[in-house]
Design a protein around this ligand. Structure first.
Ligand code: CP3
Length: 344
C-alpha cells in the first residue's frame, strides 16, 4: 500500500530538491550502542532477529522512536544475500560474521545459487510490517551489500584486515572472481527489486570495503557490478551508493548514476559535491569518532559541516561510516538534536 510520507525530507534531499534543513539518519542507527537493542538481543540471536519480521520491525523502530531520526533503515544485514546463495553464515559474539564454507575455487562458485529469492522472503515480510508500524512517519531505507564487499566475506570466510585472499583471487583468477561477482550482482538485482515491491522508500547499496582496492581494481571488480545493479533495478525510489573510499572513487561512483553518494569522512564534502554531476546529492560525512567526544565538540564539528554545506541542495547528514557499539547513546541523541536545530 502506498502511504503519503509525513516527513519526506530524506526523499527530497536525495532527489536534490530544497529542504528546510538537512535530513539526518545514521548508519548502524539500530545497534548495540542502544540499551534497548540489548533487551531484544539478549533473547535472540542476531539472525533470528533479522528473520523474524516482528522483531526486525521492533528493532527498526527503536531509532525512530528514541532518536527521532528522519529515516528508518531496515534491520537486517548485507550478508543475508550470501547466505541465501548457499553461504553457511553465523554471527559469533566478539568474532563477527563467519562463513564455514568459504568460496575459493570454481567448484565452490558453481554451487552458489542465483535463483534464491524464496530464501529472502522474510525480508519482504519485515518491510511490510515495518511500513505498517511507520505509517508514513518517515521513509524506510532498504539495502543490500555490493558484490565486491559480499565477495570479500565469502572468500575470506568472514571479516578481514587486509583482504589477502580476496586480492589473490582478483589477481590470479580474475575470471573466477567475475563469475562469482556476476552471480552476486544478479541476486542483488532481484533482491532489491523485491524490497522495492514490498514498499521501501529508498535503497542504499553498501560497498564498505571498496577502500581496499586500487583505482583499476575498483573500476573492474566493484564499480562495474554496482553500475550493473543500478541500471537493472527499478528506479522508482532514490538510490544511495555508499562506499568507504568514496573520497577517492566518487567520480567513478557517479558513472553508475546513483541519486546520492554517501561519502566517508576523509573528504571535504563540498569539494566532492562540486566534482559530481548536477543532480547527484551527497550524504555524510561526520567522522563517527566525533561522537565519543564532549558535547560542545560534537556540536562544533556538526555546525562546521553545515556551514560548509550551506546553500547546497542535496545534502543528507550522516556519518562517514557506522556508529560504533560503545559510543554513548546520549551523544548520538545529542548529535541528532543539533542537526535538527539547524535551519538553512
Ligand atoms: O544500519 C542499521 O542500523 C541497519 C542494520 C544493519 C546491520 N548491518 C545490523 C547489524 C546494516 C545496514 C548492516 C550493514 C552491514 N553489515 C555492513 C555495511 C555497513 C558497514 O558498517 O560498513 C557490513 C560490512 C555488515 C557485515 C557485518 N554485520 C559485520 C562486519 C558485523 C559484525 C561487526 C560488529 O559490529 O560486530 C555484522 C553484525 C551486525 N549487523 C550487527 C548489527 C546490529 C551486530 C550484531 C550483534 O548484535 O552482535
Amino acid at each position: 500500500m502506498e502511504r503519503t510520507l509525513q516527513n519526506d525530507l530524506l526523499i527530497r534531499a536525495a532527489l536534490s530538491q530544497p529542504t528546510e534543513r538537512p535530513p539526518v539518519w545514521m548508519m548502524r542507527q539500530a545497534g548495540r550502542f542502544m540499551p534497548q537493542y540489548w533487551e531484544i538481543k539478549n533473547k535472540y540471536s542476531f539472525l533470528e532477529m533479522c528473520k523474524t519480521p516482528e522483531i526486525a520491525a521492533d528493532v527498526t523502530m527503536l531509532p525512530v522512536d528514541l532518536l527521532d531520526v528522519d529515516a528508518a533503515i531496515l534491520f537486517s544485514d548485507i550478508l543475508v544475500t550470501a547466505e541465501a546463495m548457499g553461504g553457511d553464515l553465523s554471527f559469533e559474539q566478539g568474532v563477527g560474521p563467519r562463513f564455514s564454507n568459504p568460496v575459493r575455487s570454481a567448484a565452490d562458485a558453481a554451487v552458489l545459487r542465483v535463483d534464491c529469492l524464496d530464501k529472502l522472503e522474510y525480508v519482504a515480510d519485515a518491510i511490510r510490517v515495518i511500513q505498517d508500524r511507520l505509517n508514513g512517519r518517515v521513509p524506510l531505507i532498504g539495502f543490500a551489500g555490493a558484490p565486491f564487499t559480499i565477495l570479500s566475506y565469502l572468500v575470506e570466510g568472514g571479516s578481514s584486515k587486509d583482504f589477502k585472499r580476496t586480492k589473490l583471487l582478483l589477481n590470479n583468477e580474475p575470471e573466477l572472481a567475475h563469475t562469482i561477482l556476476q552471480k552476486i550482482a544478479d541476486v542483488t538485482v532481484s533482491y532489491l527489486n523485491m524490497q522495492i515491491d514490498a514498499g521501501v522508500n529508498a535503497i542504499q547499496l553498501f560497498d564498505s570495503w571498496a577502500l581496499a582496492l586500487s583505482w583499476n581494481d575498483y573500476r573492474d571488480f566493484s564499480h562495474a557490478y554496482n553500475k550493473y545493479i543500478l541500471s537493472n533495478i527499478k528506479r522508482s525510489v532514490p538510490v544511495i551508493s555508499f562506499c568507504k573510499g568514496s573520497s577517492v572513487f566518487a567520480p567513478l561512483m557517479a558513472e553508475a548514476a546513483p541519486d546520492v553518494i554517501s561519502v566517508d569522512w576523509n573528504a571535504d564534502l563540498k569539494n566532492i559535491k562540486h566534482i559530481l554531476p548536477d543532480g547527484i546529492a551527497v550524504q555524510g560525512n561526520l567522522d563517527p569518532f566525533v561522537l565519543y567526544a564532549d558535547k560542545p565538540v560534537i556540536r562544533e564539528k556538526i555546525l562546521q559541516l553545515f556551514e560548509r554545506m550551506r546553500g547546497e541542495a542535496g545534502f543528507i547528514f550522516n556519518l562517514g561510516h557506522g556508529i560504533m557499539p560503545d559510543i554513548p547513546f546520549d551523544n548520538v541523541k545529542y548529535a541528532i538534536e543539533v542537526v535538527k536545530e539547524f535551519k538553512y
